[in-house]
Structures are given as C-alpha cells and as structure tokens.
Design a protein around this ligand. Structure first.
Ligand SMILES: Cc1cc2nc3c(=O)[nH]c(=O)nc-3n(C[C@H](O)[C@H](O)[C@H](O)COP(=O)(O)O)c2cc1C
Length: 503
C-alpha cells in the first residue's frame, strides 16, 4: 500500500495512492503447468546439446523446484543412458526431462533414443527441431495411454514441444495423425483401443514459443510470436475441447527480470531459458567459454551454418566475439555451394582450409570422418563413396562438429575455432548483472540466476501494477538489481510470511 509515512486511517491519514497485493515468484505463470509437472516455479531450463545442460544443471534445477531437460542432442544412446542412470538415482521422483531432438539426417538415432526413453520410463521430453511429426515421436507420446477407473484418459508420457513456426505448432496441438496411429497399431505398438483414445489428446499439451535464441532459431521477435501462439492455443483448445487445457510457454531472449515479467504479462504459462544457463558453473561447457560469454554484448552474436543440417542451409546463432568460428563456417558453406567435390576446390582455398581449419590434409580429414561414421552411421560413408559432394559435406561437417567439442572441453589451441551457441540474451544478462556478484563467471549458479529472474519478475510486475494506478515510482523501486543467494533466500519465504507493505 502506498500512502506515505503517516497512518492510513485516523486524523493524520494520507490519501491512498495505490494498492498492490503480494506476488510470489511461485505465483508467476500457469498454476496448471506447475501442478502438471510437479514443480514449484513455472521456470524451465532448456536442453543444450552435448550435455551442456548437464546432469549437474538438471539436478540443481530439479532440487530447486524447476523443470530442466538434459541436453541429449549430439550424444549417443549409451551416454544418454548414463545420464538417465545418474539422474534417476540422484533425483528419485523429482521431475526432470530429456531432449528428444528431430534428426532428419539420422532417423535411426532418433528412433533409438525413443526406444531408450520408453525402456527407461523417461516421462517427459522436450521435443525440438521438428518441422513435422515423426513416427518415433508419436510412439513415445502414445505409449501406455489408457483409461483409469473413472473413465478418464491417462497418458503417462509428456511432450513439451519447442517451436517457432505456427504451422508446426498446429501439428503439436492436434491429436496424433491418424495414419501414424494406424501404422503403430499395424506394428503392434498400440492396441485398437489405445488408437481410439489417441484422438482425444494433443501430441503436446505444452508448447514453448521459441523466439530469437541461442542455437537453432528463426530469429522471431518474442513480442510478435507469443501472442500468435497464444491465439493458436485458444483456437485449438476450442476446436478439440481437450480435457487438459493447452499451454504456451516463452523462450528466447529471457535473461533479465524485465524480460521474464514481460513474458508472464503476455500470458506465458512458463518461461524457458537457455543461453544464460550455459554461462553458469553447472553447465557442461568449459571455463574458457564461460569467460568468453561473460564478455559478450548484445550484438556479439551472429548466424552461422549448422553442423546437423549443413547441406540444407540451416543456421544457428553463435557467439561472434573472441572466436572466428562463424566466419569460418560461413566460408565452408560458400565453398560447399560452389564446388562438387574435395578435388574441385581451388588450390589456394584448399591450402587455407588445410592450414587454418583442419590442420591436416583434406584426405586425412576424410579418413577421420569415415572412421567416425563407420560406427555412428555407416550409410553416410556408402553415400559419400558414390557422391563426392556428400563426401565434401561430411568433411566440412566434421569441422563444425569438432568446433563445438573444442569449445566444450576448452581446447586451448583451438580458441579461434570455438563454436558457442549463444543468443542476444547473453548481452542483456551481462548488462543487467554488471557490478554484481553475478557478473563473475565463477558465481553464476543456475538456481541463483533463476531465483533472481523470478523474484525480479514478481517485483517488476508489482511495480507495473502501481504504475498503472498512476503512482510515480523512484527508479530503484522500478528496477531489480541481482541479489546474492542469502538476500534472495529472505525473499523466497512461503506466502503466509511474505505479506509486506510497499512504501
Ligand atoms: C549452447 C546451447 C545449446 C542448445 N542446444 C539445444 C538442444 O540441443 N536442443 C534444444 O531443443 N534446444 C537447444 N538450445 C536452445 C535452448 O534450449 C533454449 O530454447 C534457448 O536457448 C532459449 O533462448 P535463449 O538462448 O535466448 O535463452 C540450445 C541453446 C544454447 C544456448
């Protein structure tokens, strides 16, 4: 309540200027999201490939009542299973999930990961990079669907889709396609009764609208994307009348209390962060990368060719400052477009690649690439032997793949080649945390970051409520500087103890 220093009633009373109720960080977002996933906060730590969203990061988030997705993309099923072993042992029945990434170049890998998740009862996945639905994804979603004693449809496996295009979102908010359901019945993966129930559920109940972000991104502005996705949610809910109502969360650029508050104010059921978590001590990257990220400003990012969908011209958003990766990767894509084989590369260009990029001859690079695919996906080698342009693509993709590994392990001789996925969120985060303990890479703990974003979002939301009542706030009441964990702990008390008067 705002009324100056005098009592609010009696002879000396001041006029009431505004009223703002308590808003706790755990009240932000959609309560149904929190209940459905068994989390305290409507806050999700997004998957980051190659275990950058590491076991340690998932554990920290889960223990703090947040949902985190292990970064399974780019890892083989054996490594992913190790993560399942550790997380199930350490987290018990606390909620957590795994990434299920669409792999158009490696459909067998996507199918193998789904079989692993089904066998190990992984109950929640973040489905990403899908342009259309695939049979393994639908199989995952529908496995175990049944009616309970009260006749309600129960579906054990949850899919949180991550999407930046409306036409893809529509597929996730629809029931699974009839032809895929039929194929699963024919393959013995579903019974006829289960197939009937499939028509009553969406492929995903939760859908993250992914705006301009680190990694794969369509660079959509959040302010335009979120309302569009929310309108689609309402249209699809009205059309299908699902028992569990559809939800839309927001990702991309969330790195400050103001951006989190804005996403919630627009109606996001939850917020999902990526880039800022890579900068945290628990992430599976190196200290060298964490130091580079701490120096980034908002314009220090650019789009560069992606290793996984290189030939299709797909790009990812990466860090530009302190590494030449983006420029080098663009050069590789130009050469790939212009030439049909390794042998057709101009001599000068070839010499430059061998000296600066590969540090070996392209023939040697091909032999290493062939060895890699011999175990991972031998069909790639067979195709490369028939098609010299495919061989060129595989060798170039090898550089792109290695550049991520060099960054993750902090290979000191390869800093100029580090591929670090990063969005403009990093610059915004650095700007906000400047001068605070969170400016130091060693003090960036993912849960402290998340608590600051949520407590700050709640504070700024309340400040906005006052502003809307015409109350002029001093600058320090309308901003939220990062707090240390001890100070935050005081602001994270249970609701009953939190009631406070804002003066
Ligand atoms: C280093 C890095 C790796 C990522 N890898 C994946 C991935 O493997 N799968 C995925 O679904 N999203 C991936 N993402 C996207 C994040 O999960 C998240 O959606 C995104 O970073 C949110 O936007 P922000 O970067 O602005 O926070 C990655 C992002 C980063 C920064």
């Amino acid at each position: 309540m705002i009324g100056g220093d005098a009592p609010v009633d009696g002879a000396d009373a001041l006029p009431l200027l505004g009223y703002v109720p308590v808003l706790l960080p755990e009240q932000l977002g959609d309560p149904a999201f929190r209940t459905s996933h068994g989390v305290r906060y409507a806050y999700v730590v997004g998957a980051m490939a190659n275990g950058i969203t590491s076991e340690a990061l998932v554990e920290a988030a889960a223990r703090a009542g947040m949902l985190a997705f292990f970064g399974a993309a780019g890892l083989d099923p054996g490594r992913v299973e190790q993560a399942i072993d550790r997380l199930s042992a350490n987290l018990g029945d606390k909620p957590f999930g795994f990434n299920l990434i669409h792999s158009p170049n490696e459909p067998d890998l996507e199918a193998a990961i789904v079989e692993l998740y089904l066998r190990r009862r992984v109950r929640c996945v973040s489905a990403s990079a899908y342009l259309g639905l695939t049979l393994p994804l639908v199989k995952y979603r529908l496995a175990g669907i049944h009616r309970d004693a009260d006749g309600r449809v129960v579906i054990p496996n949850r899919v949180v889709a991550k999407v930046s295009r409306i036409e893809v979102a529509r597929k996730f908010f629809s029931p699974p396609p009839v032809d895929m359901v039929r194929a699963l019945v024919d393959a013995g993966a579903l019974t006829a009764e289960q197939a009937e129930l499939a028509a009553q559920v969406p492929v995903a109940e939760d859908l993250t609208a992914e705006a301009d972000s680190g990694g794969h991104t369509d660079n959509r502005p959040a302010l335009a994307l979120i309302p569009t996705m929310l309108a689609l949610r309402d249209e699809m809910q009205a059309r299908h009348a699902y028992e569990v109502k559809l939800r839309v969360g927001a990702a991309g650029g969330i790195a400050t209390p103001a951006s989190a508050a804005a996403a919630f104010a627009m109606g996001a059921a939850y917020v999902l962060t990526g880039t800022v978590n890579q900068a945290c001590v628990e992430s599976g990257t190196s200290d060298a990368v964490r130091a580079m990220l701490a120096d980034a400003e908002q314009a220090d990012v650019m789009m560069a060719p992606a290793a996984d969908m290189f030939e299709m011209g797909v790009k990812v958003q990466v860090l530009k400052r302190g590494t030449m990766f983006a420029l080098r990767a663009r050069k590789l894509y130009e050469l790939y477009r212009a030439h049909g084989s390794i042998e057709a590369l101009p001599a000068l260009q070839r010499a430059m690649l061998e000296r600066d990029y590969f540090r070996c001859t392209l023939e040697e690079a091909w032999l290493q690439t062939r060895d890699f695919f011999a175990t991972r996906d031998p069909s790639q080698n067979e195709r490369a032997e028939r098609d010299p342009k495919h061989k060129l693509a595989l060798v170039f993709r090898k550089y792109l793949g290695q550049s991520s590994n060099w960054a993750n392990v902090g290979e000191p001789t390869r800093q100029a080649d580090y591929q670090v996925w990063c969005g403009p969120a990093m610059g915004a985060f650095n700007e906000w945390t400047r001068g605070s303990s969170l400016a130091e890479p060693a003090r960036r703990e993912a849960v402290t970051v998340a608590h600051n974003l949520l407590v700050g979002a709640a504070a700024l939301t309340r400040a906005n409520w006052l502003r809307a009542q015409g109350v002029a706030l001093p600058v320090d009441a309308a901003t939220f500087a990062p707090r240390e964990p001890e100070a935050l702990a005081k602001l994270l008390r249970p609701a009953a103890e939190e009631a406070e008067v804002v003066r």
